[in-house]
Design a protein around this ligand. Structure first.
Ligand SMILES: CC(C)(COP(=O)(O)OP(=O)(O)OC[C@H]1O[C@@H](n2cnc3c(N)ncnc32)[C@H](O)[C@@H]1OP(=O)(O)O)[C@@H](O)C(=O)NCCC(=O)NCCS
Length: 177
């Protein structure tokens, strides 16, 4: 059975454009989330070149972020992250839906992303939104014991928009408590 999770909590979360003043909070989450975190310089470059950079804002502050590059009718999800203590509340799903909607409305026809095969939470999230695997980039990621492949996922955003109109995100949020 699909049950909306804490809807009041979800409704208390908003998103806005990431600005350089956000970088200390963003970096703290990045470093808590990844064994090989992005540097501050990478985030700063993404903000400065005008990528779609968004932060998730809860009453207690920034709890996640997403960064997307766009061009040639495609969007590329570069980073999507939720603070470890705020996971499992539907926040990544919500942020990714916002990003997909915004990219589609501004002309992107396809969304692409890379994900580690060892990241089942992210893979499950992408699967659930209709992304499908379309390729592998061998040795794409740094790993503790060498390199790890990247799975490349793609979503047709025109199909996404049709499905989205019929299935508001709240219905697809499951209660895992
Ligand atoms: C992947 C990540 C962004 C998910 O964030 P989240 O806010 O916990 O995700 P949500 O609560 O929105 O969950 C959405 C869906 O993701 C999947 N998911 C999330 N956590 C999961 C877990 N621990 N196990 C399996 N699936 C999981 C499920 O499909 C879930 O939908 P459901 O609740 O209907 O089952 C988060 O774990 C994270 O920041 N990880 C570190 C950074 C990272 O790996 N980013 C992705 C890079 S490609």
């Amino acid at each position: 059975m699909v049950i909306p999770v804490d809807v009041d909590r979800l409704m208390s979360i908003s998103h806005r454009r990431m600005v350089e003043d956000d970088l200390p909070a963003v970096l703290a989450i990045e470093q808590a989330a990844y064994p090989f975190p992005w540097s501050e310089g990478i985030f700063r470059d993404c903000v400065r070149v005008g990528y779609l950079c968004r932060v998730l804002v809860a009453p207690e502050g920034i709890v996640g972020y997403g960064l997307v590059s766009m061009g040639a009718g495609e969007m590329h999800v570069l980073n999507l992250c939720v603070h470890p203590t705020h996971r499992g509340q539907g926040l990544a799903r919500r942020l990714l839906i916002w990003l997909l909607d915004e990219a589609h409305q501004t002309g992107s026809g396809y969304a692409f992303l890379e994900v580690r095969p060892s990241n089942p939470a992210a893979i499950q999230l992408y699967d659930s939104l209709g992304f499908a695997p379309v390729g592998v980039r061998p040795g794409y990621y740094q790993a503790v014991d060498g390199r790890e492949d990247a799975l490349v996922y793609r979503l047709d955003l025109d199909i996404w928009a049709i499905v989205r109109a019929k299935a508001p995100f709240e219905r697809s949020v499951r209660n895992r408590q």
